[in-house]
Structure formats: C-alpha cells, structure tokens
Design a protein around this ligand. Structure first.
Ligand SMILES: Nc1ncnc2c1ncn2[C@@H]1O[C@H](COP(=O)(O)OP(=O)(O)O)[C@@H](O)[C@H]1O
Ligand SMILES: [Mg+2]
Length: 155
C-alpha cells in the first residue's frame, strides 16, 4: 500500500467527475473498496464509476441482491457491484460465487469488511467516505488508500 491521501467532494458533480477518473484507471481484476457509514455516498460513487464505464440507465443498490453484474460491452470492463452489508460471515462471499463474478471483472465492494476485506490485494483501491463537515454542507471527503498496482494511476 502507498501513502493514503484525501479528496474533497463538495457536491454530486464532484463525485461524478472523480468517479469518471477512477473509471478511466480501472483494469480487470481490480477491486474498489467503498467504505463509510450508511448514507456516506458509497452507492453514489459506484453509480458514477459505472456511468463513466459506459452503463446507461439505472444502477439499483445491491442491498438485497448483494451482487449486481454489468457486462462488457456496453461497459469498457465488466463490473460486479456488491453490497456485503447483509453477510453474516465472510465465508458467505465465496458461497455466493464471488470468485466467479470477479473473473476478468472489476469489483466495486460496499461494506468490504463483511466479505473479509480486499486491502491485501495489489489491485485494491480503498476509499473511505465521510461527511466533509458542517462548513461543507452535504459535501464528502474521501480518504484513499491505494494498493501497489495503483501507484502509477492514482485517481
Ligand atoms: N459528494 C456528495 N455530495 C453531496 N451529496 C452526496 C454526495 N455523495 C452522496 N451524496 C448523497 O448522499 C445520499 C446517500 O448516498 P448513498 O450513495 O446512497 O450512500 P451509501 O451507499 O453510502 O449508503 C444520497 O442522497 C446522495 O445523493
Ligand atoms: Mg449503498
């Protein structure tokens, strides 16, 4: 892992723009860990990434289905968008067939710790979203912890 850094996201437009930068940098096999509490903006950032990868239309929150998949084409790379909140044990991620979903795809993972976490992977980009504070209104701040494979393509 290289040095963590922060990115301020004052509004939804900033999130969309940053999501597009992340999307441009993504390679098959990567995982983007989306951390932060309820309402932190995890699904919003996942939607921005999917839109920039070429997905038109809605992006349902995977809260209940746990994993939603998106094919390439029309996307530049296939994506599995997961929300692991409802898992009671990390072993359930494997039972869901996570390894198969991840083959040649990018994984966007909300509540990654519930699936055991992915930060040990070189292709993991960890993003922690929080409120940017009173003076920033609805804004968010993202703390980014890039894995080794991200050093030359930091978003
Ligand atoms: N950067 C941002 N600036 C302003 N509002 C945001 C930002 N990111 C997310 N939101 C808003 O926060 C709310 C919750 O976001 P959501 O992505 O559903 O959170 P989570 O998936 O973390 O529970 C949404 O109404 C969304 O529009
Ligand atoms: Mg969500």
């Amino acid at each position: 892992m290289s040095a963590p850094y922060t990115k301020v996201l004052p509004d939804l437009e900033a999130t969309a723009e940053w999501g597009a930068k992340i999307a441009d940098a993504l390679r098959p096999g990567d995982v983007v860990e989306l951390k932060g509490g309820l309402g932190a903006g995890k699904t919003t950032l996942a939607r921005a990434i999917l839109g920039a990868l070429g997905h038109a239309g809605e992006v349902p929150s995977p809260t209940f289905t746990i994993i939603e998949t998106y094919d390439a084409p029309p996307l530049r790379v296939p994506v599995a968008h997961a929300d692991f909140y409802r898992l009671e044990d990390p072993s359930e991620a494997l039972e869901l067939g996570l390894d198969d979903y991840r083959e040649d795809a990018v994984l966007l993972a909300e509540w990654p710790d519930h699936a055991g976490g992915f930060a040990h992977e070189a292709g993991c980009l960890t993003i922690v979203l929080e409120s940017a504070g009173e003076s920033m209104g609805e804004g968010r701040v993202a703390t980014v912890k890039p894995g080794r494979d991200w050093l030359e393509r930091l978003p």
